[in-house]
Design a protein around this ligand. Structure first.
Ligand code: PNS
Length: 159
């Protein structure tokens, strides 16, 4: 079975990578889908994020990386995929994710289900937005939270 793991991934963190690999292991094949959101100004362009993710998952034969825009359910339909994977770090994520899951089920007339994986506790405090904020002041402070390619990219971007 195939699943989509969607997100902004601006930037991808070790928490996202853990969810992607665990998701791919139970689903068989996973597409990590980077949202191209015209309403947000990201730190990394969509192409930069896709390139970083492709480097990170280069040796994961069951993980592909793509960009998508528009509604997630339309992208899922286009790919003929019925499962979405999302990670839950705690109750804030659950509160945010519940309506997304319900919306995506409704928008797809029950065709697309969301499967939630709980975060690995040691990674549950990592968020892309905090990583970006801390990196602005001290890029080395986030070295254990992102893969080395992302650390280098952050160093270049924030120079
Ligand atoms: O990493 P994020 O920013 O928490 O990911 C949010 C994402 C990309 C999963 C969500 O914003 C999304 O699916 N956007 C696509 C537009 C859409 O389908 N919206 C309606 C249902 S949530």
């Amino acid at each position: 079975m195939s699943a989509i793991y969607p997100g902004s991934f601006d930037p991808i963190t070790n928490g996202h990578i853990d969810i992607a690999r665990r998701g791919a292991a139970i689903m068989g094949r996973l597409i990590v889908a980077v949202l191209d959101n015209p309403h947000k100004t990201p730190l990394f362009t969509v192409q930069e994020r896709v390139d970083l993710l492709r480097k990170i998952f280069l040796e994961d034969s069951n993980i592909e990386v793509e960009a998508f825009s528009g509604l997630l359910v339309d992208y899922a339909k286009k790919k003929n995929i019925r499962a979405i994977i999302r990670g839950l770090r705690g109750s804030d994520d659950l509160a945010k994710e519940m309506p997304y899951g319900i919306w995506n089920r409704q928008l797809s007339a029950g065709e697309v289900e969301t499967i939630y994986l709980t975060a690995t506790p040691a990674l549950a405090h990592i968020s892309g937005s905090i990583v970006k904020e801390v990196a602005t002041y001290d890029v080395m402070a986030i070295a254990s939270m992102v893969p080395s390619v992302v650390l280098s990219a952050l160093k270049d971007k924030l120079r």
